[in-house]
Design a protein around this ligand. Structure first.
Ligand code: ADP
Length: 617
């Protein structure tokens, strides 16, 4: 890291500034209305996440072994057990949509974090943030890292598009800060910037007055996504310019904000922004942000100047007419430091994929930092979505969570061994994922069949935007959801995901590739033993229980092949452990819950990186 760039990345040719840009409107400063108008009462709450279509289940098969809940509820002396309002598949409101007490995550934060002495101002510019605009791990990572840096005393703000689907009730102290103009495609778009606080993290929500970011979901609205994120990247810099904000670090994420470093070095750095240095985290190399030169030019930089091999041309299109641009490649070239989310994925990305050449060229500023999880947000001891709380020293109530979910989904249940945590004969496997090829769709569909065959239960919670995949999983749901052992729920639900991790004996992550993976980390925190394919961050975080070379590291079941037999082998071994070695199983559950996968553990590496590139005045 010694060689980190403190200035403009040296590889960027700087001859393009003068004739390539459209200067921001210098007058825009006068457009600022510092009115701090509190819109809280005026906004209509948008019901964003609760899409329950495709949730087709029936009451459980009456021949299956059942827990007598009436008897159990009457006889138990366990505190809290009687007060649980047990769910049923016939409930008018599914159990994961029940009202829960409001949750002030800021109260959950770690109390014993040492403050750093050398404090910085860090700004994240991102397309996702948990929980208000989360689609996958990116949202979790931004919130977790931001909170970890805040708790060390740094000043942190998160810039996010003000998606129409954001539930404004989840943003505390939401207030309009200013209205300013930002450039798009030959004109200046009036844009509102709102401030607020999400789970203790200050956010700036950028709301253009055009059609960008309108729609029911974070992604997939009826606007051009690439142009919208180009606009957003510039609008964030424009805001910093008009408000005179000069953070030490602007941390951008994924292709969506990959153009920001180009806009910074070739435009705003020549205007008033001098201090910030740029860090890019690549969470997934699958999406490159491809666009034509003309499309790119809509942000105000001349696309033809960036369509070169050393800048942002998509190497795969070299020699084709027309050649195209990759925002992710541009972000790599123009950032002061580039991070990916695990050491193994770092190695994989240097060996394969068309960006490998670019990453090798910029190797001195490219590093792998393993993601953590936000242990305030993911804590089974305090999680408001759980019917019963538990921790590594007291895991009995995990059983209650399992029964709650089994009952709510109409899955068969064997009985509740009150008093002590002991596994029974029917392990519950969960798979919580975006249903995309990367996640090993053929292995997930195979696992559904195989888990049933070997007498386990499985719940898949997943969403897809691909209609072919949706049809395939709908057909599986039709086939299995009436029985007593499999549930396939094609939707996104943050609440249900918490309950499933808590209920699960095992969490399955059979990815074909996985930059880091959070499901296995969250699963472990909730006492679900991971069954994973050895790739990327999964290889860095899960170690096979039976690997004799490092027995002390064992925390799950690992397979390598992408074939069904490899997966069967891992599931067989996990089931065997669970059923035949109950004491060892309880010990593994406690062990995985005790592993520190928190951001508190890894945020320090990001802070060191920030320090290595920042400029001291
Ligand atoms: P990726 O970022 O590739 O989607 P990760 O494992 O890094 O994968 O992160 C996925 C995150 O999204 C986890 O927090 C997981 O619980 C959550 N998640 C994925 N699918 C769903 C879903 N259908 N409902 C709720 N949460 C989901």
């Amino acid at each position: 890291m010694e060689a980190m760039l403190h200035t403009q990345p040296t590889s960027i040719p700087s001859n393009c500034f003068s004739n390539s840009l459209l200067l921001p409107n210098r007058k825009s400063k006068s457009n600022i209305f510092y009115c701090f108008y509190n819109i809280k009462k005026k906004v209509k709450t948008l019901n964003h996440d609760f899409i329950s279509h495709n949730f087709k289940i029936q009451a459980v098969d009456t021949n299956a072994p059942q827990l007598d809940f009436k008897k159990l509820e009457g006889s138990t002396t366990k505190s809290g057990y009687n007060s649980i309002s047990w769910p049923s598949p016939e409930d008018e409101i599914p159990f994961w949509k029940r009202e829960v007490p409001s949750w002030d995550i800021t109260l959950e934060g770690p109390v014993d974090i040492k403050k750093d002495s050398d404090l910085m101002q860090i700004v994240h510019v991102t397309a996702e943030m948990a929980p208000i605009a989360k689609v996958g791990g990116l949202g979790d990572v931004v919130s977790g890292l931001a909170r970890a840096c805040l708790s060390r005393g740094h000043k942190v703000d998160v810039f996010l598009p003000f998606y129409e689907c954001i539930n404004k009730q989840h943003v505390k102290d939401l207030a309009l800060v200013n209205t300013y103009d930002s450039y798009h495609d030959g004109s200046w778009v009036s844009t509102n910037a709102y401030r607020g606080v999400v789970s203790g993290i200050p956010v700036i929500l950028v709301e253009p007055s055009n059609h960008f970011f309108k729609g029911q979901y974070v992604y997939g609205g009826s606007y051009n996504e690439l142009e919208a994120y180009l606009f957003f990247s510039r609008a964030c810099l424009e805001w910093m310019q008009v408000t005179g904000t000069q953070p030490d670090i602007i941390h951008v994420h994924e292709w969506q904000t990959g153009a920001l470093p180009l806009l910074y070095w070739d435009m705003y750095h020549h205007l008033s922004l001098k201090k910030p240095r740029l860090v890019l985290t690549i969470h997934n190399m699958e999406h490159y942000g491809e666009c034509s030169k003309e499309q790119f030019s809509k942000c105000g930089l001349d696309g033809s100047i960036y369509a070169t091999e050393e800048k942002a041309v998509d190497d795969r299109t070299i020699g084709h007419n027309p050649e195209r641009i990759s925002l992710l490649k541009g972000g790599i070239v123009y950032s002061n430091a580039v991070v990916t989310v695990s050491p193994t994925y770092l190695k994989e990305t240097l060996c394969s994929g068309w960006l490998a050449g670019t990453l090798i060229r910029h190797r001195e500023k490219y590093c792998g930092i393993l993601n953590g999880i936000d242990t305030g947000m993911w804590n089974p001891a305090t999680d408001i979505f759980l019917p019963a709380k538990f921790d590594a020293h007291n895991i009995e109530e995990k059983k209650t969570c399992k029964h709650f979910v089994q009952r709510g989904l109409g899955l068969a249940s064997e009985g509740h061994p009150m008093g002590s945590y002991a596994p029974n004969k029917v392990p519950l496997v969960v798979c919580i994922t975006r249903l995309v090829p990367q996640k090993g769709l053929h292995l997930i569909t195979h696992a559904i069949k195989y888990v049933k065959e070997i007498g386990g239960q499985m719940v898949v919670l997943g969403r897809t935007s691909d209609s072919r995949v949706e049809r395939e999983f709908e057909a599986l749901a039709d086939l299995h959801n009436n029985g007593s052992s499999i549930r396939i729920l094609l939707m996104y639900s943050e609440e249900l995901s918490h309950m499933l991790y808590a209920a699960a004996d095992m969490v399955l992550v059979p990815s074909i590739y996985e930059p880091c993976g959070l499901a296995q980390l969250i699963g472990m925190r909730y006492g679900a033993v991971p069954v994973v394919r050895k790739t990327g961050g999964l290889a860095d975080t899960v170690f096979d229980m039976e690997d004799q070379s490092q027995p002390e590291m064992g925390n799950g079941f690992v397979f390598e092949g992408i074939d069904e037999a490899s997966l069967n082998w891992a599931l067989d071994r996990a089931f065997c452990y669970y059923r035949e070695k109950p004491n060892e199983w309880s010990a593994i559950v406690q062990k995985v819950m005790g592993i520190d996968t928190s951001w508190n553990n890894t945020a320090g590496k990001y802070i060191d990186l920030y320090k290595s590139v920042r400029v001291r005045e």
